[in-house]
Design a protein around this ligand. Structure first.
Ligand code: 16G
Length: 245
């Protein structure tokens, strides 16, 4: 990024020119995922641009998700995510979905325990006045890339020991003959709030998908009410449609 590549005449505002140069360097592979960008002061010296201009150009790339800023350690080229196609018609678990793709699963626990239910949990799970709820909150990652935040609520009568779930919730339920056989799922658009974006390693405000799943036993009893946030830049949901009768 030598100073002579930026021009006052033509090429648009200087910060846009810097934005374009960095985006091109990422696209061509000169800057690779994980590479650390020099501090603002050094970039200003390298380019002959003011620090304000450098900051604006970098902020624009952070906003579009191409760069990530980590407090205390600087600015990095964001990891590239490979988009995953996820079928919507099968009642599978995250662990099964990843195993089918030959991918490793890592889950980071945010919370796991028994609680008094919130009103929406009472409604969704059909709980009684004194019933408790098991809550499992995890960041689900695959091959080192965080993909989704899942907040599952189950009646304590189904899962009295949430700490007993280590890897796969569905595997635990299956082992107890409580695997759901039917589910209703809703998907809506969401811009990720700062806290959730941080957990997923993406810039705040980027597009996410909010997914709600309510799943049932053959008896009709609700097994889980799960609210998830999936990364919009990582998932394509696909479903086969048939001609209406
Ligand atoms: C899926 C389900 C989630 C379920 C989880 C169990 C969606 C949106 N969510 O991710 O409802 O609790 O699988 O996964 O599909 P596990 O068996 O790997 O713990």
């Amino acid at each position: 990024f030598s100073p002579d590549t930026f021009s006052d005449s033509g090429g648009g505002p200087l910060y846009v020119q810097l934005h374009r140069r960095i985006a091109e360097a990422i696209a061509s592979g000169r800057l690779k995922p994980g590479d650390n960008l020099p501090p603002e002061r050094e970039m200003a010296a390298m380019t002959g641009l003011s620090r304000v201009t450098v900051r604006k150009g970098v902020e624009a790339l952070v906003g579009s998700g191409q760069l990530i800023q980590k407090r205390g350690s600087g600015t990095f080229v964001a990891p590239r995510v490979e988009r995953l196609e996820q079928a919507l018609s099968l009642l599978t678990s995250f662990t099964e979905d990843m195993a089918r793709r030959g991918r490793q699963v890592e889950s980071r626990w945010i919370a796991r325990g028994l609680h008094a239910p919130a009103p929406e949990e009472v409604m969704a799970l059909g709980l009684g006045a004194n019933d408790r709820v098991a809550r499992l909150e995890r960041v689900r990652s695959s091959d080192g890339v965080p993909l989704a935040i899942e907040r599952a609520s189950l009646p304590a009568s189904i899962l009295p020991d949430p700490e007993g779930v280590d890897r796969s919730l569905y595997a635990v339920l299956e082992g107890r003959n409580l695997r759901p056989v039917r589910a209703v799922q809703r998907i809506s658009a969401a811009n990720l709030a700062v806290k959730d974006a941080d957990l997923l390693g993406v810039p705040p405000g980027v597009a996410g998908l909010r997914i709600e799943r309510v799943s049932y036993l053959p008896s009709g009893q609700v097994v889980e009410f799960t609210r998830s946030l999936y990364r919009g830049d990582a998932y394509d949901f696909a479903v086969e449609l048939k001609l209406a009768p």
